[in-house]
Design a protein around this ligand. Sequence first.
Ligand code: PEP
Ligand code: MG
Length: 881
Amino acid sequence: PKYVYDFTEGNKDLKDLLGGKGANLAEMTNLGLPVPPGFTITAEACRHYLRHGGTPDGLEEEIGEHLAVLEARMGKRLGQADDPLLVSVRSGAKFSMPGMMETVLDIGLNDDSVLGLAKQSGNDRFAWDSYRRLIQMFGKTVLGIDGELFEDAMDELKGERYDTDLDAPDLQRVVETFKGIVRERAGRDFPADPREQMDLAVRAVFDSWNAPRAILYRRQERIPADLGTAVNIVAMVFGNMGPDSGTGVAFTRDPGSGRQGVYGDYLRNAQGEDVVAGIRNTVPLQELETINPGAYRELLDIMATLERHYRDLCDIEFTIERGKLWMLQTRVGKRTAAAAFCMATQLVDEGLIDMDEAVTRVTGDQLAQLMFPRFAATAGNRRLTTGMNASPGAAAGRAVFSSERAVELATRGEAVILVRRETNPDDLAGMIAAHGVLTSRGGKTSHAAVVARGMGKTCVCGAEELEVDPHARRFTAPGGVVVDEGDVISIDGGTGAVYLGEVPVTASPVAKYFEGEPAGDELVRAVDRIMRHADSARRLAVRANADTPEDADRARRFGAQGIGLCRTEHMFLGERRRLVEDLILATTPEARQAALDALEPLQTGDFTGIFTAMRGLPVTIRLIDPPLHEFLPDLTDLAVKVALAGDRAGDRPGVRTEDGADERDRRLLDAVKRLHEQNPMLGLRGVRLGLTIPGLFAMQVRAIAAAARRVEGARAEIMMPLVGAVQELEIVRDEAERILAEAGVAAAIGTMIEVPRAALTAGQIAEAAEFFSFGTNDLTQMTWGFSRDDVESAFFGAYLDLGVFGVSPFESIDREGVGRLMRTAVEEGRRTRPGLKLGICGEHGGDPDSVHFCHEIGLDYVSCSPFRIPVARLEAGRAAL
Ligand code: PEP
Ligand code: MG
């Protein structure tokens, strides 16, 4: 393959091969903009290098050929003693990874060519400054020497002076010192051969793909680990040639608001890394108008050209060498979520893009960010630490250190932040009760992070500087600040910051808009326009996972077209637990029926509430799913309690507590032991319960029928969980149909597809099901054989590091595995029953990437938590465009 492309050979669509920087440098070159000549070594060469530990055959020669062309064009050779060509060696991956990988400037200088550069430029100071920069960057990046050694040596020489105050003899001394550092630390001399410098720098850039910070960044940004980076070799232009030179960065619009204008910074007599490193103060770009009016006008022209060409906000890096402007980089610029929406509609109004394109220019993740509440101002609060921004939003409340305490204070109406080292499923009640969750351990796929995101709850995780002591109910922050239970803290899920005290929080105007407030400011109007267009474009319907009338109501206001999953087990908690216990403890059919009879009116009330809230939209009710022991007390707790009660009875024979609790506890303990399973998620749950506990499903179906009769226009759909074989479904369906017929209520009966066998036998199952809903939580668990409750803490981090997957399959559908089962089920199900309705109700239903997949395989709807509905609507629209 061809491994090297001249800038004149590439274009902006070759990012896979040339990386973002290389592709855009080629694009600008072909637009006729002033780009220094150069060439790009492909990411494919990098992948080869990383895989085999060496460059591919022929690469050196190919580089040599392109270098010769570059030298001919510039009329001088790399490192030529009397007039050297110098080059920069710059990383540039497909996805921008700002500052994560390496760059080496001024390649080609040595003890001879520095003199040539001095003579040609007529500027000794500049030549020696460039040389010391090269040794410094090369030493650090290529030879792996601690960069501080160079900085310290430089600082020592500088004393109180600025960089620019150092004269040529000063810098000559710096060069000697730096060469000494290299010799001492790398055990070799700084290489004088220009081509050796270049080749080593190329390898160092390849290697920097796997630098720890780059790996971490990719994990956070979900960038695949195996892409590799391209390398750009560019003829050097110099911003540090004197006061008529300089370097700067600019945006074609304000990346914070999207508004047009001149946004950027300029630094005189400096090279690019000085701007980023903040060594000296930059001036606003507008001042360039007085410094160099010609270059300023040309720059504004180029920015306008770029915006018209890319039809989007661009950011650029430029250098001015003795008054002449050079473009060093451009790309479609990063922007805030708010700017993305505003800008998309501005570009429509400016005639650069149409509404279809505007919808594709924004993402569900950006929309989600805009819906979270935010801190009004943090200035008055002490920042304790910064952890990982695991789930966006802003929350303030009293620190609590246990789930119980969170629930206790929350029921009293207090806002609380649950603080744990890490969370586990036992903390769920506390997480639900809390305004926010803060953990000192675990990353973005930790239990706390995943669950909080699912709930739309603010979460900061992995705040490792905090020492959390759950027993003493306090944590200690850096500087010895101690936060005790009850002290107020504030956490920012967007930045990961943790503050002492209450930072005032304001609701997001975008969330208010979805709640029904009229569109007000520019941002909300932009969101409104884009949502309307996405809704008109999308083919997927969007439903909600909701089990309470309140959630159902919010879901409907957020645009849900029905409920795709109402988990009925949530209706068996709280005070009703005792009734479930009665059901489990029943030893006679009469006792069991009595327990069911007690539950039925409560369930009827539940369903009535939800049907009422949904005002005639379809409601898919799933019959009870989890293993019954989840409703019983913990085995150990109960065993201890019973043992203690036994001791007391032994002390005073014949004494029983007044309410007879001892007897009940003993029977409960028996039941817990009897129902105990090694793998409850693979045990007696879902349809298996329906088939083995007589009357349980029937009670639920009767309650649904009764509620449907009560509420005018109610549309019930009854869904069986965990079906693996059509026979299971047939049995429970027949019973359900009998009950519905008796009640004179029509309801569709369908099934979840969440056991791999169900997906594989979907053709048969569709005989008995009017609809399928993919339960991708269980389907992922069972397809991978990963326990959905434990896996995140155990080895997911390692798997992400190792690149087994780039993102947790519980967050985003694993297209090749789980997705293949889904495709099979869709095809075979529809073959049996052409009108089969298909949806998804696992967590993936609100995940942007998974929504696109569901669109691709032809589902009818996605169902997700109410808060994710706008995201799913938008992504469904984007998928269709
Ligand atoms: C699923 O398994 O994807 C599902 C929606 O059911 P639950 O999460 O309740 O097991
Ligand atoms: Mg399930």
